[in-house]
Ligand binder design. Structure first.
Ligand code: ATP
Length: 449
């Protein structure tokens, strides 16, 4: 996070800088903005969808595709009331809400410094009441008994409901996991800090079913594995991450033990991912609610049992924020106030564009034509950017700011010997390479995908 190369520079990232870069460069826009916006909802722009998708793929690859013991799922985002009744969410998926008796503003009571006094006007706060954060709606044209449904506040329940389906249609045996990435919705009492806490967001969750009694070991395993992923795959500086076990009073209604992987955001240390030991709570709850038998039959021992579940649950949109924060740097290039470049040091597989291609001059048809052909030849292999506006220095700055790892410039020498310059985002060094070798060079530098 903005720890610059130069020893005399201080960390410089702020939420305002990230939000403004995200807006300016098309990563994230406020939702319904032309109508004044809707608090807690965000739209991901042309570069934002690419970055988010690259994070999603990294998670999917390491949690599903590289693991014979995990399979994927994409279940519905809206589930009937009976599901939430059975899972305990109707009763327990609540946050403590306190209201100011003077200005009438509402706060999450566990978020305010002084539980008695309004942080806005100093007025007295009411005793907190439990506020259910699920969004309720009605399915079908008639509002009647049995038509109430809720947008899911976590993706997990869709996994529990499909536990038997997956067992019957795959060759998985306990221990094994079911993973899914998708939207979740929470009517958060307060939103804020850009996309950190949104009312619509995406989660990357995996329910790992284990034999009861082995859950402690698997919980330890997943804590370590998930921390590894943030550092090695997403490139997050390990000094900005910590793992913290929940106090008993913090545990969710289904959890025996939970550890949070926390990140040092500019506004403080907060959760990035939770790794919970959900025990056999959910499967048993749905057995009771549905009357169906969701036990596992162990073919080796001939036993029937309800597995325990270890759940690593990360926010995709929160990961997106953390990737931006951690990659952001401002680097002083010279003595003048303007000699500063903003650079996103994204890991190349996460960068929205892998390469940008420039003709040295937009007015020289030979150069433009040659550069176009290179650009067209790279496009089928990975997202590439084209830029022929302003001078090359300015184009480098624009690409640095969105994290493009390499820029290829076609100049007069290209027309003579078929070589181009490749400029590296981080070192700013340039090297001369043959056009024919470009694809292989970039593929090698990007690694397996
Ligand atoms: P909090 O206590 O901060 O409300 P939580 O403990 O309820 O969060 P979990 O239910 O553990 O969160 O959700 C798993 C992950 O989903 C979180 O670690 C976070 O990355 C993400 N997440 C949860 N709520 C939101 C939200 N409102 N906006 C964005 N991401 C969220």
């Amino acid at each position: 996070m903005a720890v610059d190369e130069q020893p005399d520079e201080q960390p410089t990232v702020t939420m305002d800088k990230i939000a403004s870069l995200a807006k300016r460069r098309g990563f994230v826009y406020g939702s319904s903005e032309i109508y004044g916006g809707l608090s807690g909802f965000w739209d991901y722009g042309p570069l934002g969808v690419e970055l988010k998708d690259n994070i999603r793929r990294s998670w999917w690859r390491s949690m599903v595709q590289l693991r014979p013991d995990v399979v994927g799922l994409d279940s519905a985002t809206m589930l009937p009331e009976v599901v939430w009744q059975a899972s305990g969410h109707l009763e327990n998926f609540t946050d403590p809400l306190a209201e100011c008796t003077v200005c009438r503003r509402r706060f999450r009571a566990d978020d305010v410094d002084n539980p008695e006094v309004c942080p806005e006007c100093g007025g007295r706060l009411t005793q907190p009441r439990r506020f259910n954060t699920m969004f309720k709606t009605n399915v079908g044209p008639i509002e009647a008994e049995g038509t109430a449904a809720y947008l899911r506040p976590e993706t997990a329940q869709g996994i529990f409901l499909n536990f038997k389906n997956v067992l019957q249609t795959t060759s998985q045996k306990v221990p094994f996991g079911i993973a899914q990435i998708g939207k979740s919705y929470r009517n958060e009492i307060t939103t804020g800090n850009f996309v950190f806490r949104s009312r619509e967001f995406e989660q990357m969750e995996m329910e790992f079913f284990v034999r009861p009694g082995t859950d402690d070991q698997w919980w330890e395993y997943w804590k370590e594995e998930r921390l590894r992923w943030w550092v090695e795959e997403l490139g997050i500086n390990s000094a900005h991450l910590t793992s913290r076990n929940h106090e008993p009073s913090e545990l969710s209604h289904y959890s025996k033990q939970t550890a949070d992987i926390e990140y040092a955001y500019p506004f403080g240390i907060r959760e990035l991912e939770g790794i919970a030991d959900r025990t056999d709570y959910d499967l048993k709850a749905h057995m009771a609610g549905s009357g169906q038998d969701l036990q596992y039959f162990d073919p080796e021992t001939g036993e029937h049992y309800v597995p325990y579940v270890i759940e690593p649950a990360a926010g995709l949109t929160r990961a997106f924020l953390v990737v931006l924060l951690d990659a952001y740097a401002e680097e002083r290039l010279g003595p003048k106030p303007g000699d500063v470049r903003t650079v996103l040091r994204l890991k190349p597989p996460l960068a929205p564009f892998k390469v940008a291609v420039f003709p040295l001059s937009a007015n020289k048809p030979d150069l433009v034509d040659r550069a176009r052909r290179i650009y067209d030849s790279l496009l089928p292999h990975f997202p590439a950017a084209w830029d022929d506006i302003g001078n090359v220095g300015k184009r480098y700055r624009r690409q640095d700011e969105v994290g493009t790892p390499w820029c290829v410039t076609v100049d007069y020498q290209t027309l003579e010997d078929g070589t181009v310059t490749i400029r590296d985002r981080d070192s700013m060094q340039q090297e001369r390479q043959a056009i024919d070798d470009l694809l292989a060079i970039f593929q090698e530098r990007l690694g397996p995908r």
